[in-house]
Structures are given as C-alpha cells and as structure tokens.
Ligand binder design. Structure first.
Ligand code: SF4
Ligand code: SF4
Length: 445
C-alpha cells in the first residue's frame, strides 16, 4: 500500500538515448530539484541509506539548506541506492502523475549511468552473471571453497582484489546448471489436475541456473502437480546487475535477446514464469521502460508472471490440485522489494496460505542486500544495518521456518538473524516460498 496519494504511480520511459540523459549539468540540476523536494519532505528517512546520507549532508552544511552542499558530495547518495524502488512505490506522494514528477530511483540510475563509463573491467565482469555463472558451475567445489565465509585463506584476498567483504555470506554455485538438470530430473505430470491445459515456459534466470537449482525444480514440481509440463529457457541474464551499474545500452541488448527467444513460445500461447522477483521486475516493468517501442518486449511483459503470482492465479481460476499437507509451526515470509514493486500484492503469502492450516507471518521491510551491492566491503555494514529490522521481525515471528521471495534477501537475512541471535536458535531459512509449496506437495527438491 502506498502512502500519500490515491493514484497508482506511473513511470515514464527511461530516456537513455537522449543527449541530455548523460549531460552533467542537466543531471546536477535534476538532482538539486529532487533533493530539495526530499529535504522538505523527509518521509523516506528510514527506508535505506541514501536518504540519511542526503539529509546528513544538508543538515551539516553551513546554511542547513541544499544550496550550501557541493554537488561533488552527492555521489555517496546515489551509491547507497540499491534500486529497491520502495520510495517510489510505497512512500512518495510526488511520483508521476503528480506535477513534481519525482522518480528518485530512476534519478539515481541516471546518476549511475553518468558514472558508468568510469567502471573498471572487474566491475563489468562481476555484472556478467552468465559468464561468472558458467565459470562458477564449471568448478563448483573449488568456487564454493573459495567463496565460503570463514575461509581464512581466500576471503581476505577476495576482499582485497574483488571487493567482497570477508564477512558477507556469498552465493554458492551448483555443480549442474538448472537448464541441464531440468532435462534429466523432469517431474511426473498429473494430467488430471484442473489446470492441465496451461502452457508454461519457465525463465531459468541466472540465479536459479547457477546458484540455486532447487527453486527451479520446486517450480517445475508444483506446476507438474497442477498438470503443467513447463519448458525451461535461459536466453541470458535479465540485466538487473547491468541496470544497477547504469549500463542501459547493455540492458536493452539483454531485453531484445530475451524478447526474441520467448517470442515463438508466446505465439504458441505459453505463459512466461519468472521465479526470481528482480528478474520478473525487469521483464514486466523495466525492459518496457528501456525499450518502450519494442513490440516483442511489450508482448513479453504482458505474458510474464512471478511464480507465486502464477500459482495463486491457478488457485483462483481452476483451483489447485489436491495433495497439499500442512507445514507444521507455520512460516514467516519476507516480501521482497522487487516483488512489491511489481504491484501484484503479497503473492508469496497468498500462495502459502493455500496450504491447509497455514500459519503465515508477513514481513514487509527491505532486507538491505541490494544484489551484489550488499557484498561489497564498503556497503556490507550498511546492508546489515538496513536489514536488521526485517531480520528482527522474521525472528520475532516465532515460526520454525523463514523464507523470502528473493533468495539473496533470504541469504542476507539468514546471516543477519544469526548475528543478532548469538547462541539462540534461528529459524530454518528456505531460499524461496515455492520450495515450501513443493514441500507441502511432497515434491523432493
Ligand atoms: S530505491 Fe530503495 S534504496 Fe534507492 S533511494 Fe529508494 S528506497 Fe532507497
Ligand atoms: S522520495 Fe518522495 S517521499 Fe521520499 S523523501 Fe523524497 S519527496 Fe519525500
């Protein structure tokens, strides 16, 4: 639910091909216009670290007003933005169609785009999740040993060279990529299920393909129980890491490539299902803003569902196949910012409530991880600080299991819960609610 306005926010296409988009003077003028409005408003003071950095700058200036702040000091404000979209989606009364026309996250994106040409080769490589995933999965045992938290031989070196904080929990790699294991471990399809006529193509996503195949297998299992033999496709990364770096031209290429790959499936009546909220957000909302005239991108956006949204849609229209068993003790579920930004309601909680006797606690605070942003040495303490209230709420829900729609958020919040619990027990952290749905159906993943 959004504060301050009854109208739904309407985002403008991103004018990344206009000359003024990267013009330093135009960017500075827009930053000053927006920051001054925020200074007078301050509703977002506790959403993330961007706003406190901005307000501290202003408050510490000679006049206590924005005009006394040097533009060179704006950089840390943009750097702290994880593009979670929560200020735009839930707080700001001045987003379009309001005359102030304020889109704070996309302004941060523009400021980052202006910096993008200064990115080093290493930063560019780290955003290439496909290539990194191919490498990581090729030598998964070695990669997982190197990345393991507490590895005193590797993590300090990694911190120095790559910039990942030695204390940050990092993703592990699968030995078998999901696009390969999905071919050999296809679940049995219940052709008598009410939703048996549906056709689905699952967007594998880099995360599921390289780092957490269980999410993909759980999605295939739940769909199969409901009569759907889903196809799996991975035409490449959705480009969210590129967007975080302000590399709009590269995002546009990723969007065109995926739109071409999915087009024949959409023509044949397939629905596209995305298991990771950030990737779903790209397909549904960000790509059409980057390429507003591209017919294929528009069709793909209209055909895309989040996996939890899709299961709820089946339940509503055809009814779910029977066979769900209760999850003892209940579940605390974290609503990921990029799922909330899809404007679809609390679909993970709605889905889990379809399980008989479900006792579901909901947490709607930002986890603070911000993708690879939260791993970085300079950001990790802030990422932990921002995630603390969400971690406290998850733990305080008193359920044996905690989950998040975003597996990176689940990992980050799991670490935050461990830190604050000390020796006290913490809930089992499950990386995605669809795994719990599969568990309730008795599907092993
Ligand atoms: S998008 Fe998220 S991280 Fe960025 S300024 Fe808004 S609330 Fe903060
Ligand atoms: S983004 Fe909007 S709600 Fe948030 S501080 Fe700025 S003006 Fe206020």
């Amino acid at each position: 639910m959004r504060e301050g306005s009854l109208e739904a926010p309407k985002r403008h296409p991103i004018p990344w091909q206009d000359e003024a988009w990267l013009d330093p003077e135009a960017i500075d003028a827009e930053l000053r216009r927006v920051f001054d409005i925020c200074h007078g408003c301050r509703r977002c003071f506790n959403l993330c670290d961007s706003f406190p950095r901005l307000f501290d700058l202003i408050d510490a200036s000679k006049t206590g007003e924005l005009d006394a702040v040097d533009s060179a000091d704006f950089k840390p404000v943009a750097e702290a933005c994880t593009l979670c979209d929560m200020c735009f989606m839930t707080k700001c009364p001045y987003v379009p169609p309001h005359a102030f026309d304020l889109d704070f996250p996309h302004l941060m994106l523009r400021a980052r785009a202006a910096e993008a040409h200064n990115l080093g080769m290493l930063d560019r490589r780290l955003a290439a999740t496909d290539a990194m995933g191919a490498l990581g999965t090729l030598a998964a045992p070695l990669a997982n040993w190197v990345l393991k938290r507490g590895n005193a031989a590797t993590r300090p070196i990694l911190e120095k060279i790559v910039g990942f904080d030695r204390e940050a929990e990092l993703p592990r790699y699968e030995s078998h990529r999901f696009t390969i294991s999905a071919r050999t471990d296809a679940p049995e399809v219940n052709h008598a299920a009410p939703a048996a006529g549906r056709k689905v193509v699952l967007f594998a996503t880099c995360w599921v393909n390289n780092n957490d195949a269980a999410i993909g297998h759980a999605a295939l299992g739940v769909l199969a129980r409901n009569g759907i033999k889903a196809e799996v496709l991975h035409p490449g990364c959705c480009g969210m890491p590129l967007l975080e770096q302000g590399r709009l031209a590269d995002v546009a290429e990723a969007a065109k490539r995926a739109a071409d790959a999915f087009a024949p499936w959409i023509e044949k009546g397939y629905d596209v299902v995305a298991p990771i909220p950030s990737c779903g957000l790209m397909l549904k909302f960000e790509w059409p803003l980057v390429l507003p005239e591209h017919a294929g991108v528009k069709k793909l956006a209209a055909a895309t569902f989040d996996i939890c949204e899709y299961v709820v849609d089946i339940a509503r229209k055809e009814g779910l196949a029977p066979g769900l068993s209760p999850l003892p003790g209940g579940v605390a579920v974290h609503m990921a910012c990029h799922a909330r930004a899809q404007n679809m309601g609390q679909k993970a909680a709605e889905m889990l409530r379809l399980i008989p006797g479900a006792d579901i606690g909901v947490v709607e605070r930002c986890s603070g991880h911000g993708g690879s942003w939260g791993f970085r040495h300079e950001n990790f303490p802030v990422a932990m600080k921002v995630g603390r209230p969400a971690a406290r709420a998850l733990q305080g829900a008193g359920k044996p299991v905690a989950t998040s729609e975003c597996p990176l958020a689940a990992m980050h919040l799991g670490q935050a819960m461990q830190r604050q619990a000390g020796d006290a027990p913490v809930p089992e952290v499950v990386s995605h609610p669809i795994i719990l749905m599969a568990r309730a159906y008795g599907v092993e993943v």
